[in-house]
Design a protein. Structure first.
Length: 311
């Protein structure tokens, strides 16, 4: 091992399930989260505390947080849009609040029903209310492009990061909400943001909408990012963005890292087994590829007959 390390934050219980049309019972959500913590994740976004009308699929956040088995050392994150969400999440025992707004005015209005300045005012209230009782992360959604407004100037993204940092929000996520990022743009933005904060405080969040998810991860990693969001099976998407589709797929990412000699601490065979259960759980196929193909080494191990035939 060359000492390289990537932190993967699993977001399927939140980003993955928020867009599922069929209700997944609380016990199934809890079982998923517990299986994920058992597979080695150190960070899991376990739910969101938003309006139950906006995202009915995640309306059981309190019950999920109460019933999941908290594995020591795992940081359980909750997405929140406003002070009410933050209060609910803190009462439920979230370790970290992920404060989400879009840098694009149009997407923030569609998703959060607020102007950007209203979201920022809400985050300032949350920061005051939370003090040092909980970790705070600020997400910049549509950081690489907006489905309504098109390209987003990098200066706007950096300016929003500065606003977050000034409020005492110490973690930053750059989110490619609808998969509009390309690798050179990712590298440029990561370098600019990394000049403001350490790698341990930055997360990149990609969707694979246009097939560039893992390329963007690698570009971000090589430019100095070390933490990435991903969802089991490649589930996920924003219900308030036209054309949204899944997050980058966790087992595909873990597999890429394993092949490249980048440690993740995640048990890949366990993850693949878990992902293979998703179609039965959710009633549809999922986009991830490694759960279908198996790992390279599974392939080497499999065909004894092939080697016999070839001999
Ligand atoms: N949790 C639960 N209920 C909430 C809430 C929260 N975080 N925030 C507001 N509400 C309730 C209010 O209490 C109010 O209830 P009432 O009608 O019974 O009095 C109702 O929702 C409307 O409140 P308001 O502040 O006017 O909210 P809104 O309708 O303008 O919606 C948001 C604003 C932010 C709450 C809503 O757009 C939202 O939850 N968006 C999140 C979308 C999301 O999760 N997208 C995917 C992740 S990026
Ligand atoms: Zn997302």
């Amino acid at each position: 091992m060359n000492g390289e390390y990537m932190v993967i934050q699993e977001v399927s219980p939140r980003d993955g399930l928020q867009i599922e049309p069929v209700w997944l019972p609380t016990d199934d959500k809890v079982a998923l989260i517990d299986a994920l913590s058992g597979a080695g994740f150190s960070r899991i976004e376990a739910g969101s505390f938003v309006s139950p009308e906006a995202v009915p699929a995640l309306r059981d956040g309190e019950d999920v947080f109460a019933r999941m088995r908290r594995r020591p050392g795992v940081i359980y994150v909750a997405l929140v849009p406003n002070l009410k969400g933050a209060q609910r999440a803190m009462k439920a025992g979230a370790d970290e609040l992920n404060l989400v707004m879009s840098v694009s005015q149009s997407h923030n209005r569609a998703n959060m029903r607020m102007d950007c300045e209203q979201s920022l005012a809400a985050f300032a209230d949350i920061a005051r209310h939370a003090g040092s009782r909980v970790r705070l992360n600020g997400s910049v959604a549509t950081a690489f492009g907006c489905p309504f407004e098109g390209p987003i100037h990098e200066d706007r993204v950096v300016a929003l990061v500065d606003r977050y940092l000034a409020m005492g929000i110490t973690g930053i996520t750059l989110a490619d909400t609808t998969g509009m990022a390309q690798p050179r743009q990712v590298a440029r933005l990561v370098r600019r943001v990394r000049a403001r904060l350490p790698a341990s405080a930055l997360t990149l969040h990609f969707h694979n909408t246009r097939g560039l998810g893992l390329v963007n991860v690698l570009a971000g990693y090589e430019a100095g990012a070390q933490r990435f969001d991903a969802a089991l099976g490649g589930l996920g998407g924003c219900p308030f963005a036209p054309g949204a589709s899944g997050n980058i797929c966790t087992e595909d990412l873990v597999n890429m890292c394993a092949e490249m000699g980048i440690a993740t601490g995640i048990d890949l065979p366990r993850l693949i087994a878990l992902s293979r259960g998703l179609p039965a759980l959710l009633g549809h196929d999922v986009p991830g590829q490694v759960a279908k193909s198996g790992r390279n080494c599974d392939l080497h191990a499999m065909p004894e007959e092939w080697t016999r035939q070839a001999a």
